[in-house]
Write a protein that binds this ligand. Structure first.
Ligand code: SF4
Length: 278
């Protein structure tokens, strides 16, 4: 028996090929299925009513159509932020957050189960790393949040659990699927990646030609302190990171956002501000 395909992992061209080679179906079927999954939030093939019943019966045992399973939802009474806990097919769970700014919604999505980078201020980092998420598991959080919220979400930010550039291939594929007009059709400038400073990932993103927004979590411009707060700094120290950021801006013409969380008595002195300006 062959393994099932995971529906949300397949991009439009993969659907086209599989439907042609394995089911003898024309290419417009791929567009129909992508619309159900990515635009209507339907994760049950039985509800895809413009597919014939015989085709649905053939697809059901071969393709897993399920989205992330909602285990828990918490709502903040202060600002309407919602936090979701999802269960994946293997029982592992990840969190996503839905933030509201006026009428606009931003989904903060995870890219890994846990994280190997061990930033000292981060609960995910301290709990260790389990595995990378697939492209469909990453983008599926966005689709499942739209379903839970009952409306379209305007922006996606890759800054939940995990470091996106330790899972670059799946991250870039998930972005292409969210952006594809035949899939979710989310504008590319409505998608942002936040990295802790993985230099090869910054270069790969620049070379990919994807015009997503990029943010770097800096938190201090002091190499020694950054090495303590964010052990990734030992591998990619500030000089190297700065060079990669400058190259990125030159190649893409896009500005990079610098994220800096203030920790009282740690990185919030006047000298810290001076270092940052340099
Ligand atoms: S890279 Fe992000 S998720 Fe990983 S430990 Fe650091 S802050 Fe946490």
């Amino acid at each position: 028996m062959t393994d099932k395909f995971y529906a949300l992992d397949l991009d439009n061209s993969e659907w086209t090929r599989i439907l042609d080679e394995e089911f003898g179906e024309p290419r417009f079927r791929a567009d129909q299925i992508c619309q159900w999954l990515w635009q209507k939030g339907v994760f049950d093939v039985a509800e895809m009513t413009n597919l014939s019943k015989p085709l649905r019966d053939l697809l059901e045992p071969r393709i897993d159509f399920g989205g992330p399973l909602l285990i828990k939802e918490q709502r903040s009474s202060l600002d309407g932020t919602r936090k979701y806990l999802w269960q994946m097919k293997d029982g592992q769970s990840v969190e996503s957050v839905l933030m509201r700014h006026g009428e606009r919604l931003t989904a903060c999505i995870s890219t890994q189960v846990g994280c190997p980078l061990g930033c000292t201020f981060c609960a995910t980092g301290l709990s260790g790393y389990v595995r990378n998420l697939s492209a469909g598991e990453i983008a599926g959080q966005f689709l499942a949040m739209e379903k839970a919220a009952g409306r379209d979400i305007n922006n996606a930010v890759y800054m939940g659990m995990g470091e996106p550039f330790l899972n670059t291939e799946a991250v870039l594929k998930s972005i292409r699927m969210l952006n594809d007009p035949k899939m979710r059709n989310l504008g590319i400038r409505h998608i942002a990646i936040s990295t802790s400073g993985i230099v090869p990932g910054i270069r790969e993103l620049a070379e990919s030609g994807l015009g997503v927004r990029l943010a770097v979590s800096l938190h201090t411009a002091d190499d020694k302190l950054r090495g303590i707060l964010m052990p990734v700094n030992e591998t990619f120290p500030l000089d190297e990171l700065k060079k990669a950021m400058q190259e990125y801006q030159k190649m893409t013409g896009n500005r990079i956002t610098i994220e800096y969380a203030l920790f009282g008595g740690v990185n919030d002195s006047v000298e810290d501000a001076r270092l940052l300006l340099r």
